[in-house]
Design a protein around this ligand. Sequence first.
Ligand code: UTP
Length: 469
Amino acid sequence: MNVIPAKVREQLDNASQSHLLLFWDELSASQRTSLLNQIDGTDLKMLDQIWRSSINDDSPLDATARIESAKSPGQVVGQPQSAADIDRWKQATRLGERELEAGSVAVITVAGGQGSRLGFDHPKGMFPIGPKSDRTLFQIFAEQILARRRRHRSTIPWLIMTSDATHAETLEFLQQHNYFELGEDTVHLFQQGSLPALDAATGRILMNGPGELALSPDGHGGLVAALANAGLLDLLAQHGIRHLFYHQVDNPTAILCDPALIGFHAQQRSQLTTNVVRKVSPTERMGVLADINGRTEIVEYSELTPEQAERCDASGDWIFWAGNTAIHVFDREFLEQLAADGGKLPLHVARKNVAFIDDRGAAIKPNDPAKPNAIKLERFIFDALPIAERTLIVEGNRTREFNPVKNRDGADSPETSRAALSRIAREWLAAAGHAVADDRPVEISPLHALDADELAQKIASRTIRVADL
Ligand code: UTP
């Protein structure tokens, strides 16, 4: 292609984005085609609207009213306290196990993020986290799924959402490891979309190179459209999958296919169930679930002033206690409904530093955290919450289930997450009658045991030797 199509030029001129063609003459034929494809996939009008509303103050009055009207979530199954609670959890667990045995559950791992806070040069799922073995996050999840398949004698499909940033390497990694014995035909990689970054001051789309827009993954909320575009919703329906266990790639202690969570979800015919944990302090940087105008929604920590974060309900409990672990169970039909409505959850604007080339082609790397140069756009999966008619919240056990790897060091880092894996293994061993010194790293492969009971039973039957752990 030599000539710029007139229609494209006109569209870009009208949207004040004609700089995207500044380097046209220098591009190869394939670069030109790729650039035109990127432009074609970009909704210029929508970007303009978003940028305009980002420079006009968002209505703070609405935001304040929203927070003021928030109530602690009503539809909650708390951690078991009484004998009756324990019974209720057992019943839910049994029901969840039946769903697993019936083959109606699949796992979705969202693994398309860029993991910029961790600063690891590969997809985060390839991060070595096993305290002794350096098992990767992907391996831990694969082994959990394999162990569940064996325990419940069913095929649990594994769906992994990747992005332009993570797809090729993730695919290669899984191929190299022979899909961790899960069977290639039961592991489905699918790619989410991407969205361009805009110059915060002018709304111009940033360019990453002469023939390339500065694109980044469209957020975990890109899941709905990505699943539908890949034809996976149809495939899941054909396989009789009813419940999708959703989790993020960065938490190795998530209990994949947790039968209790699936059981409560199925029992209450929930469309979207969320595992929450109690925040450790009111101002902890964690999104929380709250009821607003009769619907469950996420309130982000950045939306709350310290005073609002500390507000209590009539029983003296924090209103904003229910921290989102980003572990959900989705009803497949609910996802189909979202996809049929366009699959487009709302866009959120984040101000970030984004590298780009200027109009002369010089590479610019802004790094002033106080003055980010760009706005990035993302969709969040939890925006599906207020759309659902029936939601449910189940309180998880924080120290057991929520130990994510977000940051390079400090809180939620590889160090804290590895320590948690070791601690959990020590607790299981102690319950089986084997005390292990606190400073000794211990690791239990999900293929050895998925929980303390299984470990105790395998040690008792000498299937596992403690000295090998
Ligand atoms: P985070 O919000 O922690 O983002 O993602 P991130 O990209 O991993 O890390 P930072 O913020 O750049 O440091 C939470 C989960 O959502 C997935 C991530 O892979 C992770 O499992 N995610 C995030 C996607 O799948 N796609 C996205 O576009 C964003």
